[in-house]
Design a protein around this ligand. Structure first.
Ligand code: UD1
Length: 428
């Protein structure tokens, strides 16, 4: 396992290119299962979660051709199994999209319960409610979900909670179902719109994505397509916060500024200058940071995936800020590590109170999950001294070449390999 050594207090300056969206890629790659021909998917981020989902598809019998670093072709014609490998699927949350995709294609899917980052219970009751409304039966045994249907038929589904995962899964299962499916109280995240656009490019008829009512008119078959994934909203937001935390001046390129509005608004409230262009955004900080309150919510609210990063910024802002985590029960596990760097944060359930300090101090810290990892890196970038950030495999799940991109902005960062020093008994 590797770790990052980061010397802080260097202002980030220059330009950074944002990669394709992780959460869109992880829905769109399984969606290719629904096609009856090859799909070419462009602007794919080079991250380990994408490697994991393509491995699962290969294991099912799909042919994956890597065209270049950000383009793959998925040929689903030789898929021979509707059972996702437990060993491969258990590590990533997005493997549960195979439920909707395999169900939509073969009327039968067997997939493990969701893995991924640990923020407390990750229920799938809304996914199952959606499948049942479409006429499927399901059983849960030994940590596996088995869902099958004689025939899928469209219906009206009201989601009791706004769930990205359930919205994606129901869309996948419904595109080839008979009749019309209506999802009410649907999630509105940019990657839901991206998935709908991909499905429509394959010949599906999905309307209303991006609003809270999505209508899916079932079609008999989907053909192959070429599609380019949207830029990653959270990767862009992470570099925006990193620029602000280091009092830097960074042009963040290949973004959709509209997707970043909730983040830009909060940064401006804190005294950070934001300039928006057509497909880039400049973030500059010259003065002190002001306190600000944050509540995470489904899109277009402030994203839960930016909560740990913004907490670092609030840690060095003047005054006391409140963070209210509105999506997950247990998303403050990183706070303990941040406290080791001098942050003053107290947590009570889903609320964190952040008392701003003058500066953070370097420390060895461990990464607890993907976005917490990004937060630790930002903390190290603005801290006084040299920090070690361990367990960076979580960061590599979702950030393409974060080390190279930060170094190009002037960060003092290097990766070192950590070998397991466990002594091996010598047998003579
Ligand atoms: C969520 C985030 C997404 C983020 C991802 C990883 C929202 C709405 N979703 O997506 O932006 O990228 O985490 O951090 O912000 N729930 C149920 N029953 C279900 C499904 C979900 O009760 O069947 C609840 C969850 O416990 C959670 C909330 O709904 O409290 C949102 O879950 P969901 O959007 O499905 O999670 P992800 O798709 O992982």
């Amino acid at each position: 396992m590797d770790k990052f050594i980061i010397t802080g207090e260097t202002r980030l300056q220059g330009e950074v290119n944002i990669s394709g969206a992780k959460n869109a890629a992880l829905a769109i790659i399984p969606a290719a299962i629904l096609a009856e021909d090859v799909c070419r998917i462009e602007n794919i981020p080079n991250i380990t979660d994408v490697t994991a989902i393509t491995r699962i598809l290969s294991d099912l019998g799909a042919r994956i051709r890597v065209v270049d670093q950000s383009t793959i072709e998925v040929d689903p014609r030789k898929i021979h199994s509707h059972v996702a490998s437990y060993e491969l699927a258990r590590h990533i949350r997005a493997s549960y999209y195979l439920l909707g995709a395999l169900l939509g294609r073969f009327s039968h899917a067997v997939v493990t319960m969701p893995g991924g980052c640990d923020f407390g219970v990750r229920p799938i009751d809304q996914h199952l409610k959606g499948f049942a409304a479409l006429g499927a039966e399901y059983s849960l045994e030994g940590g596996m979900v088995d869902v099958h249907a004689a025939e899928l038929k469209g219906d009206q589904i009201y989601l009791d909670v706004v769930s990205v995962g359930a919205t994606v899964n129901i869309m996948l299962a419904a595109v080839r179902a008979k009749g019309v499916t209506v999802i009410e109280n649907a999630a509105r995240e940019p990657h839901i719109v991206d998935l709908a656009n991909f499905l429509n490019t394959m010949g599906a008829d999905v309307r209303g994505a991006g609003t809270d009512v999505i209508k899916i008119y079932g079609v008999e078959r989907l053909h192959g397509a070429t599609y380019s994934i949207i830029p990653d909203q959270i990767e862009a937001g992470t570099y925006m916060v990193a620029a602000a935390a280091t009092a830097g001046n960074v042009l963040i390129k290949n973004v959709i500024p509209k997707h970043l509005e909730s983040i830009s608004a909060k940064l401006e409230e804190m005294g950070v200058e934001i300039e928006e262009y057509d497909d880039s955004i400049r973030v500059r900080r010259t003065g002190p940071l002001h306190k600000c309150n944050i509540k995470t919510m489904p899109h277009p609210g402030f994203p839960t995936d930016m909560q740990p990063q913004i907490a670092v910024l609030l840690s060095i802002a003047q005054g006391t800020s409140i963070i209210n985590e509105g999506v997950w029960d247990n998303r403050f596990r990183y706070v303990e590590e941040l406290r080791r760097m001098g942050a003053q944060i107290s947590v009570d359930g889903k609320i964190a109170v952040v008392e701003g300090v003058d500066h953070l101090n370097a420390a060895p810290v461990k990464v607890t999950d993907l976005r917490a990892g990004a937060a630790m890196m930002i903390a190290a970038l603005c801290a006084h001294g040299t920090s070690q950030v361990e367990d960076i495999q979580y960061i590599e799940r979702g950030y393409e070449d974060i080390e190279g991109k930060l170094r190009a902005l002037g960060a003092e960062i290097r990766r070192v390999s950590v070998f397991d020093p466990a002594p091996v008994a010598r047998v003579v």
